[in-house]
Design a protein around this ligand. Structure first.
Ligand SMILES: Cc1ncc(COP(=O)(O)O)c(C=O)c1O
Length: 406
């Protein structure tokens, strides 16, 4: 087996940005693993045999734990019967029914593979349903939808102008807007009166609490202007509440996408919402959305097993409970060491906030060096983070903070 350093060289030679997923390409090597070769529960191992307690969780989708037996056994059973067919698998209907039972705003549902693709489907539906072209976007909604000048192009990265490769004519129909920026939203709805088809919104991590007033504001604004609301629940769904932010804050969108929480890491996204709006992609072809891999049986078998765990056990409650121990504990460590760092947001994840931006790199490097994988914009709890894992992670991070204090 090649070492981390050897893998890194090979990646850089063959692959622009060092990975097909920009946020996975290591930025803090050699402390950060170049590759992960195995995961189990809440721990992962790299090519040099180092073990880490992991809070990156595959960038969010591993909500139950790596190699979670119940989900893996469902995948293995389905594998014997086939991966994908030329008519739908019964699983496609069953999982859609389950999701619509569990998620408050869901009357009808369809599947795709990635979160960004499913948001693009919702945008297509909203344009066809309203007969309007303009879209307002709040937060990151996947690379495919990063079309507005000055808007998010990756989690935590903003484009200065129209992102490269986006024709101005397309970019002009998309408008980026900040989280909880009610003034800019009001201005956009004035400037593009009766032209805005939908507002897509991904809940901010660090300032999620503002959703309490922001989501009702968005609902009212959209209703008053005949626009639709599309909630990007790709991260928040099955994490802060079963339905995500709309479930947590009690405000229903017209359409929503869940993805990272539904299949414990198998690639699956579900777009769902009001039946009348979802029916825009009916057989009349008012809005055509279709993909060969949309309803593959393996991902759906994983989703069926994963959602059964969520229905049987209080997974979301567990993420809140363990997150409180983890992020309150870590904030105590930062305070005791006099470091200008804190985690913010809701307990199922921790969003890192650096009063002193210069501390980010030494902190994440020290965390990796001491065997903890973290992610700046949001580090996630999973259902396999037991009390002993949280205590051990805090011990390792206490050592890391001691090192950077020096
Ligand atoms: C809030 C949010 N929306 C959309 C996406 C895009 O999902 P995908 O990478 O599956 O296209 C992401 C991915 O990180 C995300 O965090």
């Amino acid at each position: 087996m090649p070492t981390n350093a050897e893998w890194q060289k090979r990646f850089e030679r063959i692959m622009p940005w060092g990975s097909g997923t920009c946020s996975k390409a290591p930025v803090y090597a050699p402390e950060e693993p170049a590759v992960i070769v195995r995961g189990s529960g809440c721990r992962v191992w790299d090519a040099d045999g180092r073990e880490f307690i992991d809070f990156r969780n595959g960038l969010g989708p591993v909500t139950l734990g790596y190699a979670y037996p119940e989900v893996d056994e469902a995948i293995a059973r389905q594998l014997k019967d086939g991966i994908i067919f030329s008519q739908p698998s019964p699983l496609e209907c069953e999982v859609a029914e389950t999701v619509c039972r569990m998620v408050p705003c869901a009357e009808k549902a369809r599947f795709l593979k990635t979160g960004g693709e499913a948001i693009a489907a919702c945008i297509r539906i909203a344009r066809a349903y309203t007969g309007r072209d303009h879209i307002v976007q709040i937060g990151y909604n996947g690379w495919l939808n990063s079309l507005a000048g000055g808007a998010r192009i990756l989690p935590g990265k903003t484009a200065a102008e129209y992102p490269g490769g986006v024709p101005a004519g397309i970019g002009e129909l998309h408008h980026g807007c900040g989280w909880n920026d009610t003034e800019t939203l009001g201005d956009l709805f004035d400037e593009y009166k009766n032209k805005i088809a939908a507002v897509t919104v991904a809940c901010d991590y660090a300032d999620a609490g503002a959703g309490k007033t922001f989501y009702p504001f968005l609902r009212k604004l959209a209703d008053e202007n005949g626009a639709l609301l599309i909630f990007d629940e790709i991260v928040m769904g099955m994490r802060i509440a079963i339905g995500g932010a709309h479930d947590y804050f009690g405000v229903d969108p017209d359409l929503a996408v869940l993805s990272k929480g539904i299949a414990n890491g198998m690639p699956l996204a579900v777009y769902l919402g009001r039946a009348e709006v979802m029916d825009t992609c009916d057989r009349n072809g008012r809005a055509v959305v279709s993909s060969t891999f949309a309803g593959d049986a393996l991902s759906l078998a994983a989703a069926k097993a994963c959602l059964a765990v969520y229905e049987r056990e209080d997974v979301v409650g567990f993420l809140w409970k363990q997150g409180k121990k983890m992020w309150d504990g870590l904030n105590g460590i930062f305070k005791r060491n006099g470091l200008g760092i804190k985690t913010a947001g809701l307990y199922p994840y921790g969003a890192f906030v650096f009063e002193d931006g210069g501390l980010a790199e030494p902190f994440f490097r020290a965390a990796y060096r001491n065997g903890v994988c973290l992610y700046g914009s949001a580090s996630y709890m999973n259902f396999s983070h037991g009390d002993n894992d949280v205590a051990e992670a805090l011990e390792r991070l206490s050592k890391a903070c001691g090192e950077i204090k020096k």
